[in-house]
Design a protein around this ligand. Structure first.
Ligand code: PHE
Length: 326
């Protein structure tokens, strides 16, 4: 009896059961003695033996339940999953450097009350060129190596068509940026056939908006992005702005002294901009308004901010490069 109570495992308990009730078990042997007893002894012996059998049996059953319960609890303890536990070895992905840069730029313009507008990637000739004061056969179309999908449709070469679409759908005042992918037939160290731009457009009624407003917002924006840099507005040409300026910052690598990245000029070109050409307003039916616009290449910003020497590496999906942006 005490062996039953002290058994520690189900196997041990079963061994005891076999020893008692198995073919050669102690109790089994007792039962086989009955037939040799005298008739008057038989009854009492059998009764006592049966009682003994009952007691042992129920003790074994009870112990069995107890051990089964214990086993279950141990298993639950061992196999428990703590869902709040964090596996430090877990490999979490990171945002792509283009996304990081894009988000930072967008964040700035949202803080300056710009809205975000979108347009289609496949554009028509009117929105990508014509309405931006770039008539057919105008030589300035050569500036952009276009992928045509049909005579009249193309992969947008810049985000400027979103300016046109927004002005067509809304009334001034407008204060918008348009981030997104653009496409050009170009492929080398600093060009990929697909890249990203962020366009900006501000339009107000009357002649409230001028070059000074453009200069103010872009200078602040570039210092937000690059820290303490000099900003230079260099006269340039875009068909849709007049006057136009390309914007340079003092080289962030050599502080303007001249190095390989800035081709020894001390300056890095980062933006195109200008005062909206009156012809553009005519195409969208705006009268008595003034505005400025700018456009920038996100990849260029990402390369400068993160010191990426080859633009193409940003699109190769090499995990060793991407992991550095965690
Ligand atoms: N769309 C021009 C480009 O892709 C950039 C630009 C935008 C210039 C707006 C001036 C104003 O090169």
């Amino acid at each position: 009896m005490s062996k039953i109570y002290s058994s520690k495992t189900l196997d041990e308990l079963d061994e005891i059961r076999v020893k008692l009730f198995g073919k050669k078990g102690l109790i089994t042997a007792e039962f086989s003695k009955i037939k040799d007893l005298k008739a008057d002894e038989k009854k009492e012996f059998a009764q006592k033996l049966n009682e003994k059998k009952e007691t042992l049996n129920s003790a074994i059953l009870e112990k069995k339940h107890e051990l089964e319960n214990l086993k279950l609890q141990e298993r639950m303890k061992k196999e428990a999953i703590d869902v709040t536990l964090f596996d430090e070895g877990l490999n979490i992905g990171a945002l792509h450097p283009i996304t990081i840069t894009m988000d930072k730029i967008i964040e700035y313009f949202l803080s300056q009350n710009f809205s975000i507008e979108n347009g289609p990637l496949i554009e028509d000739d009117f929105h990508n060129f014509e309405a931006l004061n770039l008539p057919k056969y105008h030589p300035a179309r050569d500036m952009q190596d276009t992928f045509y999908t049909s005579d009249n449709n193309l992969l947008r070469t810049h985000t400027s068509p979103v300016q046109i679409r927004t002005m067509q759908n809304e009334k001034p005042p407008i204060r918008m940026i348009a981030p997104g992918a653009v496409f050009r037939r170009d492929f080398d160290l600093t060009h990929t056939p697909m890249f990203h731009q962020i366009e900006g457009l501000v339009v107000e009624k009357g002649n409230k908006v001028n070059f000074a407003n453009l200069k103010y917002i872009l200078e602040n924006f570039l210092r937000y992005m690059f820290g303490d840099v000099k900003v230079r507005f260099r006269p340039s040409f875009f068909p849709f702005t007049e006057p136009s300026a390309e914007v340079d910052i003092s080289c962030i690598f050599c502080k303007g002294h001249g190095c390989r990245v800035c081709s020894n000029t001390g300056w890095l070109e980062v933006l195109g901009s200008g005062v909206v050409d009156p012809n553009v307003f005519k195409f969208v039916g705006y009268e008595d308004v003034s505005g400025y616009a700018f456009g920038l290449g996100v990849e260029r910003f990402a390369m400068l901010l993160h010191g990426v020497p080859d633009l193409r590496s940003l699109f190769e999906g090499d995990i060793r490069l991407l992991e550095q942006f965690k």
